[in-house]
Design a protein around this ligand. Structure first.
Ligand SMILES: Cc1cc2nc3c(=O)[nH]c(=O)nc-3n(C[C@H](O)[C@H](O)[C@H](O)COP(=O)(O)OP(=O)(O)OC[C@H]3O[C@@H](n4cnc5c(N)ncnc54)[C@H](O)[C@@H]3O)c2cc1C
Length: 410
C-alpha cells in the first residue's frame, strides 16, 4: 500500500523538498528538526544553482596537491591527522583518480540538466523564494594559467555529454562588470545559464509552502531512534516523544550516518565543513563570483556579499575554528577592493555531507519503510528540488531509473 503519512527528519533543503513533492502527490507530511528550518548547511552556503560547476568534489588535482598540503591548518582543504578518517579518505582518494572522476562526471551530466526544471516547478507551485539568473556568472583568476584547470573541467563535462556555454575575458573586462574586483584579477570566464538563490530566505519560503499545503514542521525535535514497526515506521525524540507514519525519511545532512547505519546504509557521510561570512562592499556586486583557484564562492545576497569556502574534514559538531575565517579573509583580500573586512557579519560554519564517491544517497534502505535523502556534498542546494522529486517517487513505489546511481545501500 502507498504511504499516506510520512515523517521526515531534517528541515534542510533535502527534507523540505521531499516533503513538498510528497504533498504534491497527496501524502500528509510531518517534518521534524532538532533545531529548525535550515539549521544545517542549507543556511550559510553560496546558493549557487550552477549546472556547469555541479561536479564531483574529489578530482585528480587534489591528489597532485599531495597529503602534506592537506594536513596544513592553513590549507583551504584541511584534513586533520585523525586515524578515524582513513576509511573515508581512502575511498575519497580512489574516486578522485582520473578514470573514476570522469565516470562520476558522466553521472552528474545526467542529472544536472534536470535540476533547474525542478526549481521552476517549485516556483510554478507557489514557492515564493526568488530564483535569479546570474546573467552571467563570473569566474575570476589571478593568472591565465590558473584558468586552465576550470576550462579542462568544462572540456571533460562536454566529452561526457554535458554542455557549458562560456566566454573567456580579461581581468579588465571582468572589472567592467564588477568594479569591486581588484587589479589582482587578471583573467576571467563568463558563464551563461547559471542561477542563484538567497539560501536562508529560500529555505524559509519552501518551509512556508509546506505549511500552507497542510504540512507540519516541528522544531526542537531531536530524533534519537527510528523504528520499523512492521506496518509503519516511527521516530523517537531525545525526550521520548514518538511520531508515527507509514514511512520515515532520514534527511539529516552530515548527521545522516547516525540514524541510517542501522538500516544498512554503510556509505560514509563525512562533514566537509565550510565557512562563510558577509561584508558590505562600497560598490555592491550584482553577480555571483567564483575564484576556483582560491576556492572562494561569493554571492550577492540583498545588500551584502556572502563570501564562503574551505573544506575541513572534522566532526560536524566541532567548534568553529576562527583561523578558517581569518584565512578566508586573507584569501579574498587580494581579489577585491573597497571592502572593510573588519565589518564582517554572519560568520558561520556548516558541514557539507560528503560521500566518498561524490554521489548522493537517495532511496530505500534495507527497511522498505525507511528512506534516506542526503550526501550531496557541495551540491545539495542545486540538486535539492530534483532529489525531493526523485525521492517522493521512490517512496510511492515509482522509482526513476536514474536512482540506480544513488542507491543508499551501495
Ligand atoms: C560554504 C558552503 C557553500 C556551499 N555552497 C553551495 C552552493 O552554492 N550550491 C549548492 O548546491 N550547495 C552548496 N553547499 C552544499 C549544501 O549547503 C548542502 O549540500 C545542503 O545544504 C545539504 O542539505 P541537507 O538538507 O542534506 O542537509 P542540512 O541542510 O545540513 O540539513 C540537515 C538538517 O537535519 C537536522 N538534523 C540532524 N540530525 C537530526 C536529528 N537527529 N533529529 C532531527 N533533526 C536533525 C539538522 O538540524 C539540519 O537542519 C555549500 C555548503 C557549504 C558549507
Amino acid at each position: 500500500m502507498k504511504p499516506q503519512k510520512v515523517v521526515i527528519i531534517g528541515a534542510g533543503m533535502i527534507g523540505l523538498a521531499t516533503a513538498w513533492h510528497l504533498q504534491e502527490r497527496g501524502v500528509t507530511v510531518t517534518v521534524v528538526d532538532r533545531k529548525g528550518v535550515a539549521a544545517g548547511s542549507s543556511w550559510g552556503n553560496a546558493g549557487w544553482l550552477t549546472p556547469a560547476l555541479t561536479l564531483p568534489l574529489g578530482e585528480p588535482s587534489m591528489l597532485v596537491a599531495g597529503p602534506w598540503q592537506l594536513v596544513k591548518p592553513t590549507s583551504p582543504l584541511y584534513v586533520p591527522m585523525n586515524p578515524r578518517l582513513i576509511p573515508f579518505l581512502t575511498g575519497f582518494a580512489w574516486h578522485s583518480l582520473p578514470k573514476q572522476w570522469k565516470k562520476s562526471i558522466s553521472i552528474f551530466a545526467k542529472v544536472n540538466p534536470l535540476a533547474m526544471d525542478a526549481f521552476h516547478e517549485f516556483t510554478a507551485g507557489g514557492v515564493k523564494g526568488e530564483v535569479k539568473l546570474a546573467d552571467p556568472f563570473l569566474a575570476g583568476f589571478r593568472t591565465e594559467k590558473d584558468r586552465g584547470g576550470l576550462i579542462h573541467e568544462f572540456e571533460v563535462v562536454e566529452q561526457s555529454g554535458g554542455t557549458v556555454d562560456y566566454d573567456l575575458v580579461t581581468g579588465d573586462e571582468l572589472r567592467a562588470i564588477e568594479p569591486t574586483l581588484s587589479d589582482g584579477v587578471k583573467a576571467g570566464v563568463l558563464l551563461r545559464d547559471q542561477w542563484f538563490i538567497n539560501p536562508p530566505l529560500y529555505a524559509e519560503s519552501l518551509a512556508d509552502s509546506v505549511r500552507e499545503r497542510g504540512g507540519t514542521i516541528t522544531d526542537g525535535f531531536d530524533v534519537v531512534d527510528v523504528r520499523d514497526t512492521g506496518n509503519g515506521a516511527e521516530v523517537v525524540s531525545a525526550t521520548g516523544d514518538v511520531i508515527s507514519g507509514d514511512a520515515v525519511v532520514i534527511a539529516t545532512g552530515s548527521w545522516l550516518g547516525r540514524l541510517a547505519r542501522r538500516f544498512g546504509v554503510k556509505a560514509i557521510v563525512q562533514a566537509g565543513r565550510g565557512y562563510s561570512f558577509s561584508v558590505k562592499p562600497e560598490v555592491m556586486p550584482t553577480h555571483p563570483i567564483y575564484f576556483p583557484h582560491e576556492r572562494l564562492a561569493c554571492t550577492p545576497l540583498g545588500d551584502r556579499l556572502r563570501i564562503g569556502g574551505m573544506m575541513e574534514f572534522k566532526p560536524v559538531d566541532a567548534a568553529p575554528d576562527p583561523r578558517r575565517i581569518k584565512l578566508l579573509v586573507e584569501t579574498a583580500k587580494p581579489v577585491f577592493q573597497g571592502i572593510d573586512w573588519e565589518q564582517r557579519e554572519e560568520e558561520w560554519v556548516g558541514g557539507r555531507p560528503v560521500t566518498t564517491d561524490g554521489h548522493a544517497l537517495i532511496g530505500p534502505t534495507k527497511s522498505p519503510r525507511v528512506f534516506v535523502g542526503g550526501g550531496h556534498g557541495m551540491w545539495g542546494i542545486a540538486l535539492g528540488p530534483l532529489t525531493g522529486r526523485l525521492l517522493a517517487g521512490s517512496i510511492l513505489g515509482e522509482p526513476d531509473p536514474v536512482l540506480e546511481h544513488f542507491n543508499p545501500l551501495r
